[in-house]
Design a protein around this ligand. Sequence first.
Ligand SMILES: *Cc1c(COP(=O)(O)O)cnc(C)c1O
Length: 344
Amino acid sequence: MPVDLRSDTVTRPDERMRSAMATAEVGDDVLDVDPTMRRLEERAADLLGMPAALWVPTGCMGNTIALMAHVGRGDSFLALRDAHVINNELGTPAWLAGGMPQALPELTPEAVRATTLNTGPYYSMRTSLLCLENTYNAGGGTVLPTAEHARLVGVAKELRLTVHLDGARVWNAAVALGVSPAELTAGVDTVQSCLSKGLGAPMGSVVAGTEEFVAEARRIRKMLGGGVRQGGVVAAAGLVALERIEDLAADHDTARALADGLVELGWRVRTPETNIVLAEAPGMTVPAALERLTALNVLAGPMAGLVRFVTHRDVGKAEIDEVLTRIRGTEWGEAGSSSTTARS
Ligand SMILES: *Cc1c(COP(=O)(O)O)cnc(C)c1O
Protein backbone atom coordinates (compact mmCIF):
# COMPACT_ATOMS: atom_id res chain seq x y z
CA MET A 1 0.00 0.00 0.00
CA PRO A 2 1.43 3.42 -0.90
CA VAL A 3 1.68 5.94 1.92
CA ASP A 4 0.99 9.30 0.35
CA LEU A 5 2.83 12.14 2.10
CA ARG A 6 3.11 14.43 -0.93
CA SER A 7 0.63 16.88 0.58
CA ASP A 8 -2.30 17.26 2.97
CA THR A 9 -4.35 17.99 -0.16
CA VAL A 10 -4.54 14.23 -0.84
CA THR A 11 -7.02 13.79 2.01
CA ARG A 12 -10.32 12.31 0.85
CA PRO A 13 -13.77 13.18 2.15
CA ASP A 14 -14.99 10.55 4.60
CA GLU A 15 -18.52 9.17 4.94
CA ARG A 16 -19.73 11.93 7.22
CA MET A 17 -18.50 14.62 4.85
CA ARG A 18 -19.95 12.85 1.81
CA SER A 19 -23.34 12.49 3.44
CA ALA A 20 -23.35 16.19 4.37
CA MET A 21 -22.62 16.93 0.71
CA ALA A 22 -25.36 14.61 -0.49
CA THR A 23 -28.01 16.22 1.66
CA ALA A 24 -26.91 19.87 1.41
CA GLU A 25 -29.58 22.49 0.92
CA VAL A 26 -28.65 24.42 -2.23
CA GLY A 27 -29.55 27.43 -4.36
CA ASP A 28 -27.99 29.37 -7.24
CA ASP A 29 -25.12 31.23 -5.66
CA VAL A 30 -24.36 33.22 -8.81
CA LEU A 31 -27.93 34.49 -9.27
CA ASP A 32 -28.46 35.28 -5.61
CA VAL A 33 -27.64 32.86 -2.83
CA ASP A 34 -26.92 29.26 -1.96
CA PRO A 35 -27.90 28.86 1.72
CA THR A 36 -25.19 26.31 2.56
CA MET A 37 -22.55 28.46 0.88
CA ARG A 38 -23.78 31.40 2.93
CA ARG A 39 -23.57 29.41 6.18
CA LEU A 40 -20.04 28.34 5.36
CA GLU A 41 -18.97 31.90 4.58
CA GLU A 42 -20.45 33.20 7.82
CA ARG A 43 -18.84 30.44 9.86
CA ALA A 44 -15.44 30.98 8.21
CA ALA A 45 -15.60 34.76 8.68
CA ASP A 46 -16.44 34.21 12.34
CA LEU A 47 -13.56 31.76 12.91
CA LEU A 48 -11.13 34.04 11.10
CA GLY A 49 -12.32 37.12 12.99
CA MET A 50 -13.16 38.96 9.78
CA PRO A 51 -16.37 40.85 8.91
CA ALA A 52 -17.14 38.74 5.82
CA ALA A 53 -15.84 35.84 3.73
CA LEU A 54 -16.28 34.43 0.24
CA TRP A 55 -15.93 30.79 -0.79
CA VAL A 56 -13.50 30.28 -3.67
CA PRO A 57 -12.67 27.04 -5.49
CA THR A 58 -8.93 27.17 -4.67
CA GLY A 59 -6.44 28.91 -2.44
CA CYS A 60 -4.62 30.23 -5.49
CA MET A 61 -7.81 31.95 -6.62
CA GLY A 62 -8.27 33.40 -3.13
CA ASN A 63 -4.77 34.88 -3.18
CA THR A 64 -5.18 36.11 -6.76
CA ILE A 65 -8.45 37.85 -5.88
CA ALA A 66 -6.86 39.55 -2.89
CA LEU A 67 -3.87 40.72 -4.92
CA MET A 68 -6.09 41.91 -7.77
CA ALA A 69 -8.11 43.92 -5.25
CA HIS A 70 -5.09 45.39 -3.46
CA VAL A 71 -2.26 45.84 -5.94
CA GLY A 72 -2.32 48.60 -8.54
CA ARG A 73 -0.87 47.92 -11.98
CA GLY A 74 2.92 48.21 -11.69
CA ASP A 75 2.90 48.41 -7.90
CA SER A 76 5.24 46.18 -5.99
CA PHE A 77 4.18 43.83 -3.24
CA LEU A 78 6.35 42.28 -0.56
CA ALA A 79 6.45 38.61 0.31
CA LEU A 80 8.99 36.35 1.93
CA ARG A 81 11.48 34.69 -0.41
CA ASP A 82 9.96 31.38 -1.61
CA ALA A 83 6.46 32.50 -0.56
CA HIS A 84 3.70 30.54 -2.28
CA VAL A 85 2.46 33.70 -4.05
CA ILE A 86 5.90 34.19 -5.56
CA ASN A 87 7.03 30.64 -6.36
CA ASN A 88 3.95 28.52 -6.77
CA GLU A 89 1.16 30.51 -8.38
CA LEU A 90 2.34 30.67 -12.00
CA GLY A 91 3.16 34.35 -11.79
CA THR A 92 -0.51 35.30 -11.38
CA PRO A 93 0.43 38.21 -9.07
CA ALA A 94 2.11 39.72 -12.16
CA TRP A 95 -0.05 38.19 -14.90
CA LEU A 96 -3.43 38.94 -13.37
CA ALA A 97 -2.86 41.44 -10.56
CA GLY A 98 -0.22 43.50 -12.41
CA GLY A 99 2.12 43.50 -9.40
CA MET A 100 5.90 43.38 -9.19
CA PRO A 101 7.01 40.91 -6.53
CA GLN A 102 9.75 41.98 -4.17
CA ALA A 103 11.07 39.08 -2.18
CA LEU A 104 11.98 39.76 1.43
CA PRO A 105 15.22 37.98 2.41
CA GLU A 106 13.77 37.50 5.88
CA LEU A 107 10.46 38.31 7.47
CA THR A 108 11.39 41.10 9.85
CA PRO A 109 10.08 44.64 10.36
CA GLU A 110 13.53 45.90 9.29
CA ALA A 111 13.36 43.99 6.00
CA VAL A 112 9.83 45.25 5.34
CA ARG A 113 10.95 48.82 6.01
CA ALA A 114 14.07 48.53 3.86
CA THR A 115 12.23 46.98 0.91
CA THR A 116 9.27 49.38 0.83
CA LEU A 117 9.92 52.01 -1.82
CA ASN A 118 7.28 54.59 -0.97
CA THR A 119 9.72 57.07 0.48
CA GLY A 120 11.59 57.79 -2.77
CA PRO A 121 10.93 60.46 -5.43
CA TYR A 122 7.71 60.45 -7.48
CA TYR A 123 9.15 58.13 -10.14
CA SER A 124 9.96 55.38 -7.62
CA MET A 125 8.02 52.18 -7.79
CA ARG A 126 5.12 52.20 -5.38
CA THR A 127 4.86 49.39 -2.83
CA SER A 128 1.27 48.68 -1.88
CA LEU A 129 1.01 45.33 -0.14
CA LEU A 130 2.69 43.04 2.34
CA CYS A 131 1.77 39.40 1.89
CA LEU A 132 2.32 37.19 4.92
CA GLU A 133 2.18 33.39 4.91
CA ASN A 134 1.24 31.39 8.02
CA THR A 135 2.24 28.63 8.17
CA TYR A 136 5.17 29.15 5.82
CA ASN A 137 5.19 26.26 3.39
CA ALA A 138 8.72 26.54 1.98
CA GLY A 139 10.10 27.00 5.49
CA GLY A 140 8.67 23.60 6.44
CA GLY A 141 5.30 24.66 7.83
CA THR A 142 6.83 27.13 10.24
CA VAL A 143 4.55 29.23 12.41
CA LEU A 144 4.54 33.02 12.60
CA PRO A 145 3.83 33.73 16.29
CA THR A 146 1.31 36.41 17.26
CA ALA A 147 3.89 38.89 18.63
CA GLU A 148 5.96 38.78 15.43
CA HIS A 149 2.79 39.00 13.36
CA ALA A 150 1.78 42.11 15.31
CA ARG A 151 5.15 43.76 14.75
CA LEU A 152 5.00 43.10 11.01
CA VAL A 153 1.44 44.35 10.69
CA GLY A 154 2.39 47.41 12.76
CA VAL A 155 5.25 48.39 10.46
CA ALA A 156 3.09 47.71 7.38
CA LYS A 157 0.39 50.06 8.65
CA GLU A 158 2.99 52.68 9.45
CA LEU A 159 4.21 52.40 5.84
CA ARG A 160 0.61 52.47 4.57
CA LEU A 161 0.80 48.97 3.14
CA THR A 162 -2.24 46.75 2.83
CA VAL A 163 -1.69 43.36 4.48
CA HIS A 164 -2.88 40.08 2.98
CA LEU A 165 -2.35 36.84 4.86
CA ASP A 166 -1.90 33.69 2.80
CA GLY A 167 -3.27 31.51 5.57
CA ALA A 168 -3.65 28.35 3.53
CA ARG A 169 -2.67 26.49 6.74
CA VAL A 170 -3.51 29.17 9.30
CA TRP A 171 -5.57 26.47 11.05
CA ASN A 172 -2.39 24.49 11.66
CA ALA A 173 -0.64 27.60 12.97
CA ALA A 174 -3.51 28.27 15.38
CA VAL A 175 -3.45 24.70 16.72
CA ALA A 176 0.35 24.71 17.06
CA LEU A 177 0.28 28.00 18.99
CA GLY A 178 -2.84 27.15 21.01
CA VAL A 179 -4.61 30.31 19.88
CA SER A 180 -7.76 30.92 17.82
CA PRO A 181 -7.36 31.45 14.06
CA ALA A 182 -8.81 34.94 14.60
CA GLU A 183 -5.81 35.86 16.75
CA LEU A 184 -3.57 35.17 13.76
CA THR A 185 -5.45 37.56 11.47
CA ALA A 186 -5.22 40.55 13.83
CA GLY A 187 -4.77 43.73 11.81
CA VAL A 188 -4.71 42.11 8.37
CA ASP A 189 -6.93 43.48 5.62
CA THR A 190 -7.61 40.13 4.01
CA VAL A 191 -6.88 36.45 4.55
CA GLN A 192 -7.11 33.33 2.40
CA SER A 193 -7.50 29.94 4.07
CA CYS A 194 -7.81 26.45 2.59
CA LEU A 195 -10.53 23.96 3.48
CA SER A 196 -9.04 21.35 1.15
CA LYS A 197 -5.75 20.66 2.93
CA GLY A 198 -5.49 19.27 6.44
CA LEU A 199 -9.16 19.92 7.13
CA GLY A 200 -10.02 17.37 4.47
CA ALA A 201 -12.61 19.02 2.19
CA PRO A 202 -12.41 17.89 -1.45
CA MET A 203 -12.16 21.48 -2.62
CA GLY A 204 -12.51 25.07 -1.55
CA SER A 205 -10.92 27.96 0.27
CA VAL A 206 -12.26 31.16 1.72
CA VAL A 207 -11.03 34.69 1.22
CA ALA A 208 -12.11 37.09 3.94
CA GLY A 209 -12.05 40.80 4.65
CA THR A 210 -14.46 43.71 4.96
CA GLU A 211 -17.96 43.62 3.45
CA GLU A 212 -16.73 46.00 0.71
CA PHE A 213 -13.75 43.76 -0.04
CA VAL A 214 -15.99 40.69 -0.28
CA ALA A 215 -18.39 42.50 -2.64
CA GLU A 216 -15.45 43.32 -4.90
CA ALA A 217 -13.99 39.82 -4.45
CA ARG A 218 -17.31 38.35 -5.65
CA ARG A 219 -16.99 40.37 -8.88
CA ILE A 220 -13.37 39.29 -9.40
CA ARG A 221 -14.23 35.64 -8.63
CA LYS A 222 -16.84 35.74 -11.39
CA MET A 223 -14.32 37.37 -13.72
CA LEU A 224 -11.90 34.50 -13.08
CA GLY A 225 -14.56 31.89 -13.76
CA GLY A 226 -14.96 30.95 -10.12
CA GLY A 227 -18.66 31.66 -9.60
CA VAL A 228 -20.36 28.32 -9.00
CA ARG A 229 -24.09 27.68 -8.96
CA GLN A 230 -25.17 24.99 -6.44
CA GLY A 231 -21.93 25.40 -4.52
CA GLY A 232 -23.66 24.22 -1.35
CA VAL A 233 -22.68 20.68 -2.31
CA VAL A 234 -19.04 21.54 -1.67
CA ALA A 235 -19.71 24.18 0.98
CA ALA A 236 -21.32 21.40 3.05
CA ALA A 237 -17.97 19.62 3.02
CA GLY A 238 -16.33 22.88 4.06
CA LEU A 239 -18.64 23.19 7.06
CA VAL A 240 -17.68 19.69 8.22
CA ALA A 241 -14.02 20.56 7.59
CA LEU A 242 -14.27 23.59 9.89
CA GLU A 243 -15.36 21.30 12.74
CA ARG A 244 -12.05 19.48 12.43
CA ILE A 245 -9.52 22.18 13.22
CA GLU A 246 -8.54 20.58 16.54
CA ASP A 247 -7.84 17.28 14.74
CA LEU A 248 -4.78 18.92 13.17
CA ALA A 249 -2.90 18.38 16.43
CA ALA A 250 -2.74 14.69 15.52
CA ASP A 251 -1.05 15.56 12.20
CA HIS A 252 1.53 17.59 14.10
CA ASP A 253 2.19 14.58 16.34
CA THR A 254 2.68 12.24 13.38
CA ALA A 255 4.99 14.79 11.74
CA ARG A 256 7.08 14.84 14.91
CA ALA A 257 7.15 11.03 15.04
CA LEU A 258 8.28 10.89 11.42
CA ALA A 259 10.97 13.52 12.01
CA ASP A 260 12.29 11.71 15.10
CA GLY A 261 12.36 8.41 13.23
CA LEU A 262 14.21 9.90 10.26
CA VAL A 263 16.82 11.46 12.56
CA GLU A 264 17.44 8.01 14.08
CA LEU A 265 17.97 6.69 10.56
CA GLY A 266 20.63 9.30 9.85
CA TRP A 267 18.56 11.84 7.91
CA ARG A 268 19.06 15.54 8.49
CA VAL A 269 15.70 16.89 9.52
CA ARG A 270 14.28 20.28 10.46
CA THR A 271 12.22 19.85 13.59
CA PRO A 272 8.64 20.30 12.40
CA GLU A 273 6.45 22.97 13.98
CA THR A 274 3.28 21.71 12.29
CA ASN A 275 2.54 18.97 9.71
CA ILE A 276 5.41 19.47 7.26
CA VAL A 277 8.76 17.69 7.54
CA LEU A 278 11.67 18.92 5.43
CA ALA A 279 14.51 16.43 5.33
CA GLU A 280 17.65 15.36 3.57
CA ALA A 281 18.45 11.70 2.98
CA PRO A 282 21.97 10.72 4.00
CA GLY A 283 24.34 11.36 1.09
CA MET A 284 21.66 11.57 -1.54
CA THR A 285 20.17 14.24 -3.81
CA VAL A 286 16.52 15.10 -3.56
CA PRO A 287 15.50 13.51 -6.90
CA ALA A 288 17.41 10.33 -6.04
CA ALA A 289 15.84 10.18 -2.59
CA LEU A 290 12.35 10.73 -4.01
CA GLU A 291 12.89 7.98 -6.56
CA ARG A 292 14.00 5.58 -3.86
CA LEU A 293 11.06 6.51 -1.65
CA THR A 294 8.68 5.93 -4.56
CA ALA A 295 10.17 2.48 -5.03
CA LEU A 296 9.31 1.88 -1.35
CA ASN A 297 5.75 3.07 -2.01
CA VAL A 298 6.35 6.16 0.12
CA LEU A 299 5.29 9.27 -1.74
CA ALA A 300 6.90 12.62 -0.90
CA GLY A 301 7.79 15.72 -2.89
CA PRO A 302 10.56 18.30 -3.39
CA MET A 303 10.44 21.63 -1.54
CA ALA A 304 13.10 24.29 -1.01
CA GLY A 305 15.88 21.92 -2.06
CA LEU A 306 14.81 19.24 0.41
CA VAL A 307 12.46 16.26 0.58
CA ARG A 308 9.07 17.35 1.89
CA PHE A 309 6.74 14.99 3.76
CA VAL A 310 3.32 16.31 4.75
CA THR A 311 1.27 14.47 7.35
CA HIS A 312 -2.52 14.52 7.25
CA ARG A 313 -5.73 12.96 8.59
CA ASP A 314 -5.57 9.95 6.24
CA VAL A 315 -2.19 8.87 7.65
CA GLY A 316 -1.91 7.71 11.26
CA LYS A 317 0.91 6.63 13.57
CA ALA A 318 0.75 3.07 12.16
CA GLU A 319 1.45 4.31 8.63
CA ILE A 320 4.32 6.46 9.87
CA ASP A 321 5.82 3.42 11.61
CA GLU A 322 5.41 1.52 8.36
CA VAL A 323 7.19 4.32 6.42
CA LEU A 324 10.10 4.23 8.89
CA THR A 325 10.29 0.45 8.63
CA ARG A 326 10.46 0.62 4.84
CA ILE A 327 13.17 3.29 4.99
CA ARG A 328 15.10 1.37 7.65
CA GLY A 329 15.38 -1.66 5.41
CA THR A 330 16.95 0.31 2.56
CA GLU A 331 20.46 1.33 1.59
CA TRP A 332 20.92 5.09 1.36
CA GLY A 333 23.88 7.21 0.48
CA GLU A 334 25.51 5.52 -2.49
CA ALA A 335 23.44 7.09 -5.30
CA GLY A 336 23.69 10.52 -6.89
CA SER A 337 25.76 12.08 -4.13
CA SER A 338 27.90 14.07 -6.59
CA SER A 339 25.16 15.99 -8.40
CA THR A 340 23.96 19.39 -7.27
CA THR A 341 20.88 20.65 -5.50
CA ALA A 342 17.40 19.76 -6.58
CA ARG A 343 14.71 22.08 -7.82
CA SER A 344 12.52 23.60 -5.16
C1 LIG B 1 -1.75 25.22 -1.05
C2 LIG B 1 -1.38 26.61 -0.83
C3 LIG B 1 -2.01 27.64 -1.55
C4 LIG B 1 -2.95 27.40 -2.70
O1 LIG B 1 -4.02 26.58 -2.47
P1 LIG B 1 -4.68 25.72 -3.68
O2 LIG B 1 -6.01 25.37 -3.12
O3 LIG B 1 -3.77 24.58 -3.91
O4 LIG B 1 -4.79 26.62 -4.87
C5 LIG B 1 -1.63 28.94 -1.26
N1 LIG B 1 -0.72 29.20 -0.33
C6 LIG B 1 -0.09 28.25 0.38
C7 LIG B 1 0.90 28.63 1.42
C8 LIG B 1 -0.39 26.92 0.14
O5 LIG B 1 0.25 25.96 0.83
